[in-house]
Design a protein around this ligand. Structure first.
Ligand code: SF4
Length: 270
């Protein structure tokens, strides 16, 4: 709604209303663009890592019920996610200053290799994963890729915090697909930024490079590989046999509360 200068000068409520409208307008623009990007990335045969990393059942229902794609509408979720986008933007500038080629700085790259990787070995089901940034390095004419998954958080116990498992699994799926496709991945980085202070914490996934260090949060891809392979194969089996996967035990309740498939899941619908 447009107001006259006189109205604005006479009434600070109008200023505040404009602030709210303007915030929603900016969020609409951003979310519309992201939603289009997200839709373009999918196909009716695709399983997304963001879904499979979170919950195997969610991936199963999303695969069978692609029509449920809708833009995010919850006002709090929108604002929280928007702060995540801003964090990505800032981190992109930082990461781009580091040596190596940076992929992921522009939105068109979100649907392209190496930000987006696909497992095309099965005709009926394609596992796909997208990460925020990928650093590409060339050594002796050989290319190496380091995926970087960024998260921002307001977690209360920051000092003790390491990572959330569903974020780790999301990045592990990118690595899983990249490795199945024959890419060189020395390691992968899950990086958390604390919104209030911009402190950063990392979890390194050691992949081709063997790495461990006291005091550092490190996960080994070799250790996780059987789990990821089993996860992907269980999902494919469930989809092909039209049987909902067993209820996972590691999905936080707050994720279920916002899950679009909560009703079906609670009733164990296949
Ligand atoms: S409600 Fe929870 S367990 Fe069920 S599909 Fe959704 S996220 Fe998974």
């Amino acid at each position: 709604m447009s107001h006259t200068t006189k109205q604005i000068l006479n009434n600070p409520e109008i200023f505040l209303d404009d602030l709210t409208d303007s915030t929603e307008h900016i969020l609409d623009i951003e979310f519309d663009a992201r939603f289009e990007e997200w839709k373009a990335r999918g196909s009716d045969k695709q399983v997304r890592a963001s879904s499979l990393g979170t919950c195997i059942r969610q991936a199963y229902y999303s695969f069978n019920d692609q029509a449920q794609r809708t833009p995010v509408s919850d006002p709090l979720a929108r604002r929280r996610m928007y702060m995540g986008f801003i964090n990505e933007e800032i981190m992109g500038k930082i990461i781009d200053k580091m040596p190596g080629k940076t992929h992921g700085l522009s939105s068109e790259e979100q649907n392209k290799f190496p930000i987006h990787v696909d497992l095309l070995n099965d005709e009926d089901i394609h596992c796909a994963a997208t990460t925020d940034f990928v650093k590409e390095y060339v050594e002796n004419d050989v290319k190496y890729y380091v995926p970087i998954e960024l998260k921002s958080t307001d977690v209360y116990k920051w000092k003790d915090f390491t990572y959330w498992k569903y974020h780790l699994k999301q990045l592990l799926l990118w690595v899983y697909i990249a490795k199945q496709n024959g890419l060189n991945v020395p390691y992968a980085m899950l990086i958390y930024t604390r919104r209030s202070t911009m402190d950063m914490k990392s979890c390194v996934i050691a992949v081709d490079t063997l790495y461990s260090k006291m005091g550092k949060v490190v996960e080994s891809y070799e250790h996780w590989y059987p789990f990821m392979d089993d996860l992907v194969n269980r999902l494919k089996w469930s989809i092909r046999n039209k049987q909902v996967p067993a209820m996972p035990t590691d999905v936080p309740k707050y994720i279920c509360n916002t899950c679009p498939h909560l009703g079906k899941c609670t009733n164990n619908v296949d």
